[in-house]
Ligand binder design. Structure first.
Ligand code: 4AZ
Length: 244
């Protein structure tokens, strides 16, 4: 009797706190890199997760500019290429023998990038060697997309470290402007109505629409909150700048 009461109470607490045992990227499911071989993790040389990214050529990774930026009060300097690794073909980042790692030879950050809320949050990493994985082409936004990453499954958990994915509705510019004061139509898109979202550690990772790379995880207020959509860099806006 006591046990049952406790279970009911625990379920109610989980509901009102927004927590869920079946959570994911947030609200998603496990994914395998074998199904999405172009999704990559960006790590420090000792294997700590920094961000996600997408292989757009054998030796080019699209990610967020803030993923290639040093953290610090005084510095928005570029993170040196030697401090970045790209990991492909590894569903569970703790299994260091899976997949392939590549050093980064060059970092291109959008020259307009200052901070995520001001936009231009896109970067291209050139790898020291080509990776033997399928690439993904750039594409346009649509009504919904799938976002992938190794990041947090709720606002205050550690990163999952295993690849997860979730489908999110893509909102209109007018709805994004209403819900996110820092939203700027043009180079951004926003997605999510609560329950399903990208979260910390998923930054830089891909938003895929109809099999093409439409967005890069950029920022948001918390994760998966009902009236706080996730904000993404809209890649179609940068197609000529990126040059592929
Ligand atoms: C982050 O901190 C972050 N809910 C990325 C995406 C979102 C929130 C935070 C979107 O990297």
């Amino acid at each position: 009797m006591r046990g049952k009461r406790f279970a009911v109470l625990a379920a109610v607490i989980a509901l009102v706190s927004g927590a869920s045992t079946a959570d994911a990227i947030v609200g998603g499911t496990p994914a395998r890199v074998a199904d999405t071989p172009w999704v990559v993790a960006i790590t420090t040389p000792d294997g700590q997760l920094i961000c996600g990214g997408a292989l757009v050529a054998a030796d080019k990774v699209v990610t967020a500019a803030h993923c290639a930026t040093l953290k610090g009060v005084m510095s928005r300097n570029q993170r040196p290429a030697e401090q970045l690794r790209v990991v492909a073909g590894r569903t569970d980042l703790r299994v260091k023998t899976d997949g392939t790692e590549a050093a980064v030879a060059d970092v291109w950050r959008h020259p307009g990038f200052r901070e995520v809320t001001k936009g231009d949050d896109v970067a291209v990493l050139t790898l020291a060697r080509p990776l033997p994985y399928r690439t993904i082409a750039l594409g346009d936004a649509g009504d919904e997309g799938t976002v992938l990453g190794w990041g947090r499954t709720a606002e205050n958990t550690p990163p999952a470290m295993t690849l997860r994915k979730v489908t999110v509705p893509i909102l209109s510019d007018s709805e994004c402007v209403l819900k996110e004061p820092d939203y700027r139509p043009g180079g951004m898109l926003c997605a999510g109505r609560g329950g399903r979202d990208a979260c910390t550690g998923d930054s830089g990772g891909p938003l895929v629409v109809r099999g093409r790379l439409a967005g890069v995880v950029s920022f948001g207020r918390g994760c998966a909150r009902a009236d706080e959509p996730g904000v993404y860099t809209r890649l179609a806006h940068y197609r000529s700048t990126l040059g592929f």
